[in-house]
Design a binder for this molecule. Structure first.
Ligand SMILES: Nc1ncnc2c1ncn2[C@@H]1O[C@H](COP(=O)(O)OP(=O)(O)OP(=O)(O)O)[C@@H](O)[C@H]1O
Ligand SMILES: [Mg+2]
Length: 317
């Protein structure tokens, strides 16, 4: 283990009653319990202030929990922090590149610091900068780069490293839509060999790349599982969205008034088809799709917040 970047298949990440209270404030995390394999991509999603960064920092040994215990591959994030740090790479949410270095210099300096030789560091740095699509900016000073480009330099550091456990706190924030999709491809590749802890506000991103997704709300883990397991939280697997005020046929299922001017009907595939026919006849605008992570998130997190969710059950089976 270690330098070749492969992780034993039975290796796990474990959180046992992790809690964090900052300076006597209310709990940023409470009673977080889970065990997941230490390979593949784990994406943590949740609203601003839900506690994602706090958990990412605890697992990446940068912050002490107030109570509870967390281990990665059997190593304690507090007692064995130094051993773990050699095996991890982190892009913090507020990560900055060194202004007076170029992207290639910044990445190679990081690799040198991780113990690689000068020539190996430079070779890998050039390769990683190309992977994030920044060949043209490879030798410009970081301070002259755009915000998204600076973010990509940080991602390149992690890609170039041989770290087994990679923590990326909102790596795609500030990236344009094309770069974001390029990043997804890189993440998927990364997840084949290593463990990636990914936080994001792009739920489509989590749905596309993650093997497992955790939903955090107000410091509590509402659920954790793969997309199929998460879909299981909803009684119905199809979603029809129509603008508020559009006449709907009597439906079985759940009607949720969203706060974006739309009404969502969660229902069965057959009912969704029937509603679609009804709406097409009336030339109404609507969309229909199998439930997405977005739907699950709105349902679960909205359910915790009565102001966001105004729902009524209609003709329950
Ligand atoms: N250093 C700190 N001191 C005090 N409170 C903090 C500190 N860092 C975070 N918090 C609080 O802890 C809670 C969780 O914050 P955290 O940064 O983990 O959320 P997040 O899910 O990463 O949010 P975002 O999506 O906005 O990045 C928030 O209530 C926040 O105000
Ligand atoms: Mg955060």
């Amino acid at each position: 283990m270690g330098r070749n970047g492969t992780i034993a298949r039975d290796s796990e990440i474990n959180c046992d009653r992790i809690a964090k209270v900052y300076d006597g404030d209310k709990a940023a995390l409470s009673d977080i319990n889970f065990t997941i394999p230490a390979h593949g991509i784990f994406s943590l999603i949740g609203r601003n202030g839900a506690g994602k960064t706090t958990l990412a920092r605890i697992l990446s040994t940068l912050l002490e929990p107030s109570s509870g215990r967390a281990t990665i591959d059997g190593l304690d994030v507090m007692a064995d922090a130094n051993k773990l740090r050699e095996r991890m790479a982190v892009v913090p949410q507020e990560g900055r590149t060194v202004a007076w270095m170029t992207p290639v210099q910044a990445v190679s300096a990081y690799l040198l610091w991780r113990g690689l030789s000068y020539s190996e560091s430079k070779r890998k740095a050039i390769e990683a900068i190309a992977q994030v699509g920044m060949e043209k900016q490879a030798d410009r000073l970081n301070r002259t780069l755009s915000g998204g480009m600076k973010r990509k330099v940080l991602v390149a550091m992690v890609l170039a490293s041989d770290a087994e456990f990679v923590f990326l706190d909102e790596p795609s924030t500030g990236l344009d839509p094309i770069s974001r999709q390029d990043l997804w491809k890189l993440l998927i590749e990364l997840g084949k060999e290593r463990f990636v802890f990914l936080t994001t506000h792009y739920l489509e991103e989590a749905e596309s790349v993650a093997d497992r997704i955790g939903i955090l709300d107000d410091g509590k883990l509402l659920t954790l599982g793969n997309m199929d397991e998460l879909r299981g939280h909803l009684k119905h697997q199809y979603s029809v969205k129509v603008p508020k005020g559009v006449d709907l046929p009597p439906v079985q299922g759940e009607i949720i008034t969203l706060n974006n001017g739309l009404v969502q009907v969660l229902t069965t595939k057959d009912e969704a088809l029937e509603i679609s026919h009804h709406l097409i006849e009336r030339k109404a605008q609507f969309s229909v799709n199998p439930v997405t992570l977005d739907d699950i998130f709105t349902y679960m997190v909205g359910a915790m917040d009565p102001e966001l969710r105004e729902s009524k059950e209609v003709e329950e089976e």
